[in-house]
Design a protein around this ligand. Structure first.
Ligand code: 6PG
Length: 253
């Protein structure tokens, strides 16, 4: 477990989850811009974060985050064009990014329309450049967990699990679109804070395995179990439908 440990927030319903996550991101943004004059945020893909990305509809103050000092990255991308319905960028852009004043050059899209290896090399270089050529230390990384325990586009038994010297790599998903680009575990685990957003009964088993793996502290069985920020904080933001197997202590509101 990282130096800053882990937190559990269990709430009732997807909208409450979005509000809790929005508050956590806002706090991280205020601290990062106060301390470092910028906030580096990694957006998750998939469907769960959509309610969070649309939170401006119901939480206008989320617009008070200093988006002009925010740099946005993506945890992973499907290798499709930015206008493809499967694109994680497209979902985030329609829900949030087109509505906030992010400066040119601070929106780091993964170019899914390129061949996967080329897109991964481009994103790897772009992320490093955003951190002065060094390995990134993102302020906050949002992630989901798939029913099979994958996270970002790091899937069970994939070679991506063993990558140590890259920020981003091409990967292969078990479901279409299979060609992906993903941040690696070292890039995720160097973050100051990682937030899992987990919603739905279909995630209950994967979540319980991940939490068990962390408690055992060895032989992680799932890619999401390998997310362990070295010096950062790991936060599980979970709706109650996904939490039946969590211990009562972890399920406290
Ligand atoms: C993706 C995501 C992926 C997602 C999980 C959960 O590109 O699909 O990065 O890792 O976070 O599969 O997806 P849902 O939120 O749709 O359940």
């Amino acid at each position: 477990m990282g130096k800053r440990g882990e937190l559990f927030h269990v709430v009732t319903g997807a909208q409450a989850l979005a509000h809790e996550a929005a508050d956590r991101i806002e706090a991280a943004a205020l601290e990062a811009t106060r301390l470092r004059d910028r906030f580096t945020l990694v957006l998750a893909g998939g469907a769960t974060p959509r309610a969070l990305y649309r939170i401006l509809d119901v939480k206008p103050r989320w617009g008070r985050i200093d988006w002009s000092r925010t740099e946005v990255f993506f945890s992973d991308e499907r290798c499709v064009g930015p206008d493809d319905p499967a694109s994680n960028y497209r979902m985030a852009h329609r829900a949030l990014l087109r509505r906030v004043p992010i400066r040119d050059g601070n929106l780091h899209r993964i170019y899914g329309e390129l061949p996967p290896e080329e897109a991964a090399d481009r994103y790897d270089a772009e992320v490093r450049a955003a951190f002065g050529g060094a390995f990134p230390t993102f302020d906050l990384v949002l992630l989901g967990i798939g029913p099979d325990g994958h996270t970002a586009s790091i899937f069970p038994a994939s070679p991506t699990l063993k990558v140590t010297d890259r920020v981003a790599v091409a990967a292969t998903a078990l479901t279409e679109p299979k060609a992906r680009v993903t941040l690696t575990l070292p890039a995720i685990n160097a973050a100051r804070q990682v937030v899992f957003l987990v919603s739905g009964k279909h995630k209950e088993h994967a979540l319980s395995w991940v939490v068990e793996d962390r408690e055992r502290g060895e032989n992680a069985r799932l890619p999401a179990s390998c997310v362990a920020p070295k010096d950062g904080l790991l936060v599980f933001m979970v709706d109650r439908a996904a939490a039946p197997y969590l211990s009562p202590r972890k399920r406290q509101p």
